[in-house]
Design a protein around this ligand. Structure first.
Ligand SMILES: Cc1cc2nc3c(=O)[nH]c(=O)nc-3n(C[C@H](O)[C@H](O)[C@H](O)COP(=O)(O)OP(=O)(O)OC[C@H]3O[C@@H](n4cnc5c(N)ncnc54)[C@H](O)[C@@H]3O)c2cc1C
Length: 286
């Protein structure tokens, strides 16, 4: 299968990239290409031009000095192998290890994953659970978009067509915080049939001060499982409270059903994978 014809641009600065996007309203940013190029080959996407970010300076790298800042073009392999992230935010390398396969990890980017907003992507849920935000640069300057406001619907974000996502910001974990991501992989694609990211902080009194639990694969966009979060806050992080949270994980969520997994099956998986993510988050508490 061949894509439609398109122009190809390879800017070296973000400003130049934004300029090309402004002049070509149908243009698309090209990052790792692992979602965009298959979509173009299948003619599900037919941009008039591609704006390749691979030569734009300053879009890669990981800084863990205080809050964590990750360049949008940082690959999964770089996240997976980062010793600094393993120490500061272990859920990030752990999740990167479970995206696709080593080939996908070598080329796919964190910014591409968040900008694509695939409803089964892994990092959308992790970004929500970590309370991440992204920096987007457009013609009028830059703005910060919390992950909560970035994912609008299936493959739809609040990024404007001429905005480039340049950085991902994640607040530093404070106090005793445990985190884990668990997914039920689709056996063919590796995407999440259901994935659950859990980040839980325990206060000095031993009870849960904050819980952020986010799910992917189950609904039209990554979303917080607020009923499960509320079931934990103020309770000790024990087998009982984890079971109570897992039991209400699907409450308030409109679950997808498809030929592989019905909504009922996804509801069951959500309970199981919420429990597993919370158990591992509890075991990893500092
Ligand atoms: C075989 C295979 C298996 C996979 N398995 C998984 C999996 O298990 N879990 C998972 O989460 N994903 C999986 N993926 C998807 C993979 O993670 C993609 O890499 C990712 O979804 C998109 O990242 P990318 O860098 O390739 O972006 P691209 O494909 O280049 O771009 C995707 C979209 O985002 C836009 N975009 C990209 N970067 C930016 C930016 N900086 N600013 C603005 N817009 C931008 C593009 O215009 C495009 O619309 C798989 C892909 C393949 C091919």
């Amino acid at each position: 299968m061949f894509p439609n014809q398109f122009d190809y641009h390879r800017p070296t600065t973000v400003a130049e990239a934004v300029g090309v996007l402004q002049q070509n309203p149908d243009a698309k940013v090209l990052a790792g290409g692992h979602s965009l190029l298959p979509a173009m080959k299948l003619r599900l996407a037919a941009p008039s031009a591609l704006v390749d970010l691979s030569k734009v300076e300053g879009l890669t790298g990981i800084s863990t000095n205080g809050s964590v800042v990750i360049g949008a073009m940082t690959t999964y392999a770089e996240l997976r192998d980062s010793a600094a992230l393993k120490a500061a935010l272990p859920i990030v390398p752990e999740t990167a290890y479970h995206v696709g396969d080593p080939q996908v990890q070598a080329v796919g980017t964190l910014g591409g994953s968040l900008a694509h907003a695939d409803p089964s992507a892994d990092f959308t849920a992790v970004a929500l659970a970590l309370d991440a935000s992204v920096k987007a640069v457009g013609a009028d300057g830059d703005r910060t978009i919390p992950a909560e406001e970035l994912f609008v619907d299936l493959f739809t974000t609040s990024l404007a067509p001429d905005e480039v996502l340049t950085e991902i910001h994640i607040p530093a974990a404070t106090g005793r915080t445990g985190m884990a991501y668990e997914k039920f992989r689709h056996p063919a694609s590796g995407y999440a049939v259901v994935g659950v990211a859990a980040v839980v902080s325990v206060g000095v009194d031993g009870t849960v001060a904050q819980a952020r639990i986010a799910v992917t694969g189950a609904t039209s966009k990554a979303t917080r499982a607020t009923a499960a979060e509320q079931a934990l806050v103020g309770k000790p992080l024990s087998a009982d409270s984890i079971a109570a949270a897992a039991a209400v994980a699907n409450q308030g969520l409109e679950l997808n059903g498809d030929h592989y997994a019905s909504a009922e099956y996804r509801a069951h998986l959500l309970g199981v994978y919420t429990r597993r993510a919370l158990e591992r988050a509890a075991a990893s508490l500092g």
